[in-house]
Design a protein around this ligand. Structure first.
Ligand code: UDP
Length: 235
């Protein structure tokens, strides 16, 4: 079967890599995620990945620390995750490049858009570290930015719930899942899908997004194949 999408940007939150401990990295949790990514690559899908850092550090939760400095630490956290995911994907036999928005050339390539696209075309997974490289942004915004820059067909946002609900499904039994939404719906409501900077950037650049559940890691593969999972958010 042909994949529905040929170039995607996958956003993995830091939390998704932490497993039950909710902090740091959990190999047993990461392995099925990486295997699902491998299946996508083997199906011919070009995979760009942005990883969060919340399993190590979140700038906005840093209490009294200067926010810019706290965000610098957060961006370093995303790079730790990028390197860990790269290592696991490589151990599965994939070719991977990590590119960081803040140069740290001893451990990763600097982010260069055309070079990233050239890697993707060669079947290499490209993992983007350091978010946007600027404080006061999130990795959701970084994922949107990279998706637009590499001209991805879709932004795949892997989360801990199986789509977008009208209220928190962990708290309310009668919560209803939306199968389709617009970014204007997201911006005009209290729906906790992504921050408004990321949502408006998706809307303004016509970048569709699929929000889906990573508790079932095979969903990454099902998403690129166009299976009916999660919630699609578009113009
Ligand atoms: N961050 C930043 N600029 C960016 C992306 C991330 O300063 O462009 C910092 C920010 O401190 C953030 C942290 O990196 O809290 C980790 O990213 P995020 O909270 O988005 O990670 P996630 O919640 O997806 O794991």
């Amino acid at each position: 079967m042909e994949p529905k999408y040929h170039r995607v940007l996958l956003k993995l939150s830091g939390e998704a890599l932490a497993g039950p401990k909710k902090t740091g990295l959990d190999t047993a949790t990461m392995l099925p995620i990486c295997k699902s990514i491998q299946k996508c690559v083997n199906a011919g899908v070009q995979m760009g990945i942005v990883v969060g850092g919340g399993n190590f550090w979140r700038g906005r939760s840093s209490e009294n620390m200067d926010r810019t400095r706290a965000d610098h630490i957060g961006m370093l956290a995303t790079t730790m995750n990028a390197l860990a995911v790269a290592d696991m994907l490589e151990s599965l036999g994939l070719e991977v490049r990590v590119q960081t928005a803040i140069s740290m050339q001893q451990i990763a390539e600097p982010y260069i858009r055309n070079r990233a696209i050239s890697h993707l075309k060669k079947g290499r997974v490209v993992i983007f570290g350091c978010g946007t490289g600027s404080p006061f942004f999130s990795t959701d915004t970084a994922a949107t930015l990279r998706a637009v820059e590499i001209e991805a067909d879709i932004l795949l946002k892997a989360t801990m719930v199986d789509g977008v609900y009208d209220k928190d499904p962990h708290k309310y039994d009668d919560a209803v899942r939306y199968s389709r939404l617009t970014f204007s719906d997201v911006l005009g409501s209290a729906l906790q899908v992504m921050d408004s900077t990321a949502a408006s950037m998706c809307r303004d650049n016509k970048m569709p997004m699929l929000v889906f559940d990573l508790n079932r890691p095979e969903n990454i593969y099902d998403a690129v194949m166009g299976e009916d999972i999660g919630t699609v958010v578009s113009e």
